[in-house]
Every structure is written in structure tokens, then in C-alpha cells.
Design a protein around this ligand. Structure first.
Ligand SMILES: Cc1cc2nc3c(=O)[nH]c(=O)nc-3n(C[C@H](O)[C@H](O)[C@H](O)COP(=O)(O)O)c2cc1C
Ligand code: SF4
Length: 419
């Protein structure tokens, strides 16, 4: 196991307390930033580190911040995406429950760099303990002068508010999230304009994931050389992987992105619970599944893209030989169909019909042409949806057909769903 940073104090029950965080170097990164860096220098430093967003798309964080206009006279807003609704993903929860000041410190650093004086944490409503821990951490940080007016005597001020989500997966999509913060129904908005230019109340808004923020204090405390020495050059820094499914060991692991899917499963998941694995989903259920023959792939953004999948939220779900892939596909598609916001026809109608076909295949009433019909539906949804929910749903379903088409055909002929 490589040395831990993000999860270093995760087993210490006192780690959420600010005094314990401070003793282990907490808020030193922020002190350094406020003393030695201008906002532009912070952005340049994060660009130099090549920190890429941990929320799903892997977008370069410093570049995103540099899109925020300067001297525009408008208020700027910061938002932490703590919605974590993607099935198979539970890494942000661990950070918020067990060591929440990393995220808070990262938010203050980001807000300073991008000229924000108001920040929101959009936090999943089901995460009761995370909500309490983040609220306590915000209050403790304010009491110690890391938040509020004139932070550490720097003249810079920031307030953080919590916004509790109501259980809609689509509210993790950044424009829907901003709509929800403004009190409207969470539905994606057209981009451009991107939130960095026109977000909350049409003002420039920066949105990053919990883990992205949590990396920042360490970057400014330990330096860019430390960060870039970990993992591949185009995906540096520590990364959290959530392992679940048919594995002997499940949980959240901090590793460099140079690890392969196979090594992650064998060395950290300790292999299949029983028998052998058939496939794995590498990055939450919108990431196309990879059959066991492809487990040699690197768990980084570009290697997984080259393997027709994606790192996404890095929530790995392992499936053993007892899993029926058409049944897995039905469950995933039903989730997306249920969570579709209904705004655009390809996603709303296409996923409804795909789920219906998958249900009838599972019930033993499948027709010989159903797999082709599903492929056609995926083709109609992918690339024609208004936001990435529809694309992800279609891509994930299409991968099950691409890799496991004989299972669909056998189920339609045999009429029982077994592995
Ligand atoms: C349907 C959907 C759900 C999403 N859910 C989340 C989420 O729960 N948490 C998250 O950080 N990003 C989520 N994202 C990605 C965000 O839109 C956004 O890209 C991310 O928060 C940016 O942060 P980052 O640059 O730090 O990765 C979701 C995207 C889509 C399309
Ligand atoms: S793709 Fe689905 S979730 Fe996204 S806007 Fe269209 S209907 Fe809504």
C-alpha cells in the first residue's frame, strides 16, 4: 500500500475535530496561500500540478478556474458538489464523515483564487452524518478564523452555506445543481454559457467535487513536486477508489491512478467473493462495464477512455459469474429511467422503452429482435441527449450488449436469467 494522504487520518475517530486536523498540518496550506500567493498565482500553481476534477469528467481544475472573469464587478460563487448520487460511489461520504476539514480548507483556497465570497456545499440529503460533520466543521473553521470576515487577517472574507439535496441524481449535474440551489426544480441548462461565466444568479460560479477540494490543502502544504510524483503524468495525485460488489474486501482505497483495474481488484479487493469475476464497472454505473479479459487496463482517465469506458466517479463494482448481465443492465437502466428529469425526448422516452424491453427479456418473454432493438435505442439516445445522464445510460447499456450479447440471446431462447 502506498503512503496515504487523503485517508491518512480516516481511522482516527477524533479526526473531524479541528484541533486534530491542525496538529497534522491542517490549514497550513491555506496560511501559505493567503501569505505568499496572489489569486492568479494559486490558479497557475494548480494548473502546474495538473490536478484533474474527481467528480466524473476529469476536467483540469486550474483551467476551469481560469475561465472565471476578472474585474467583472459581479459577485462570484463557489459550489462544492457533494451530491454523490452515482450508484457504486461512496468516496466523498468518507471524506466528509471522517476528515471534513480537508474539503473546507480546499474550498477556502479555491474561493480565494476565483474571487468568491459566498460558497455552498450541495450535499446529498441521505448523508445525515456527512451533513452534521460538515456543518460542525464549518462552524469550527469560522470560530478559528479560517472562515468569515477577514480570514487570518488577510482582508479576504468567505462564508460557506449548506444546501441539502432531496434525493434526485440529476442534481449532481452541475447546471441542475445550480438550479436547485436557486430553489427551482433541478433540470440541466444549456451550456454555454458555462457556470464559470453564468452560474448562480447568472453570476460566475465555480463547481468542484469534494475530493477535488480535498486535494488542494495537500498541494499547497506539500508542494507541486509531491503531487506530480504520484501516478501517471496526465493524471497525477492521490485518487480514491470505492470498491463494491462481489469482492472479498470492499471499501474505499487511496491509490495512484497508475494502478490497473485487475490489480485494484486482486490486491485491494482480494478477488472474487466466490468463483471467478465476469466483469467490472470501473467508475459508477454510467461507466461502461469491462469484461474480465480487459482487466489489464489502467485506472486513469485516458486508459479507460481508450478501453471504451471511463474513470467517472471511480466507483468500481465487481460482478462474478453468477451475475446475469441482462439483469444487471435492467437494474441500471431502470435507475437511469427513474432519475431522468424528462426534459429531452431521447433520454425520457428511450430509457423508458429500453427498461420495458429489458424487463420482458428478464421475465422470459423476450423476442429474438430485442437485443437489436436495444442497440437501436442506445444509438438514438447517445449523442442526442441534452445532458450526460442520457449519454451515460445509453453507453452503459450498449457495453453490456457489446460484450455479453450471447447472454441476451441465450436468455431469450432459454427464458431464465442465470449467469
Ligand atoms: C447526471 C450527472 C450526475 C452527476 N453527479 C455528480 C456528483 O454527484 N458529484 C460530482 O462531484 N459530480 C457529479 N457530476 C459531474 C458534475 O456535473 C461536475 O462535472 C463536477 O461536479 C465537477 O467537479 P470536478 O471538476 O471537481 O470533477 C454529475 C454529472 C452528471 C451528468
Ligand atoms: S438527458 Fe435525461 S436527465 Fe439529461 S436533460 Fe435530457 S431528460 Fe433530463
Amino acid at each position: 500500500m502506498s503512503e496515504l494522504t487523503l485517508l491518512k487520518h480516516i481511522d482516527n475517530p477524533d479526526a473531524p475535530q479541528i484541533e486534530i486536523y491542525e496538529k497534522s498540518g491542517g490549514y497550513q496550506g491555506l496560511r501559505r496561500v493567503l501569505k505568499d500567493f496572489t489569486p492568479d498565482e494559486v490558479i497557475d500553481y494548480v494548473k502546474k500540478c495538473n490536478l484533474r476534477g474527481r467528480g466524473g469528467a476529469g476536467f483540469p481544475t486550474g483551467m476551469k478556474w481560469s475561465f472565471v472573469p476578472k474585474g467583472d464587478g459581479k459577485p462570484h460563487y463557489l459550489c462544492c458538489n457533494a451530491d454523490e448520487g452515482e450508484p457504486g460511489t461512496f468516496k466523498d461520504r468518507l471524506l466528509m464523515e471522517r476528515d471534513p476539514h480537508q474539503m473546507i480548507e480546499g474550498m477556502v483556497i479555491t474561493a480565494y483564487a476565483t474571487g468568491c465570497n459566498t460558497a455552498y456545499v450541495y450535499i446529498r440529503g441521505e448523508y445525515g452524518l456527512s451533513i452534521r460533520r460538515v456543518r460542525d466543521a464549518v462552524n469550527a473553521a469560522r470560530a478559528r478564523g479560517y472562515l468569515g470576515d477577514n480570514i487570518l487577517g488577510s482582508g479576504y472574507s468567505l462564508e460557506i452555506h449548506l444546501h441539502i439535496g432531496a434525493g434526485a441524481y440529476i442534481c449532481g449535474e452541475e447546471t441542475a445543481l445550480l438550479e436547485s440551489i436557486e430553489g427551482r426544480r433541478g433540470m440541466p441548462k444549456l451550456k454555454p454559457p458555462f457556470p464559470a461565466v453564468a452560474g448562480i444568479y447568472e453570476c460566475p460560479t465555480v463547481i468542484n467535487n469534494v475530493e477535488t477540494f480535498a486535494c488542494l490543502p495537500h498541494i499547497f502544504r506539500l508542494g507541486s513536486d509531491w503531487f506530480t510524483s504520484i501516478g501517471p503524468a496526465d493524471a497525477p495525485g492521490p485518487k480514491l477508489f470505492a470498491l463494491s460488489g462481489h469482492l472479498k474486501q470492499r471499501g474505499v482505497f487511496e491509490l495512484p491512478m497508475s494502478i490497473s483495474l485487475g490489480a485494484l481488484i486482486e490486491d485491494y479487493g482480494h478477488g472474487a467473493l466466490t468463483g471467478k469475476l465476469k466483469a467490472a464497472i470501473p467508475g459508477g454505473v454510467s461507466a461502461p462495464m469491462i469484461p474480465a479479459s480487459g482487466f489489464d487496463v489502467g485506472m486513469d482517465f485516458s486508459s479507460l477512455a481508450a478501453a471504451d469506458s471511463m474513470l467517472g466517479s471511480a466507483g468500481v463494482i465487481a460482478l462474478d459469474e453468477t451475475s446475469s448481465i441482462p439483469v444487471v443492465a435492467r437494474r441500471i437502466t431502470e435507475f437511469f429511467s427513474h432519475e431522468s428529469c424528462g426534459k429531452c425526448t431521447p433520454c425520457r422516452e428511450g430509457l423508458t422503452w429500453a427498461a420495458k424491453i429489458l424487463r420482458r427479456i428478464e421475465a422470459g418473454d423476450g423476442l429474438p429482435g430485442d437485443p437489436d432493438q436495444l442497440e437501436m435505442l442506445c444509438g438514438g439516445i447517445f449523442g442526442n441527449s441534452f445532458c450526460a445522464l442520457g449519454d451515460g445510460a445509453a453507453w452503459a447499456l450498449a457495453a453490456t450488449l457489446k460484450h455479453f450479447r450471447p447472454e441476451y440471446d441465450a436468455l431469450i431462447t432459454r427464458k431464465t436469467a442465470t449467469g
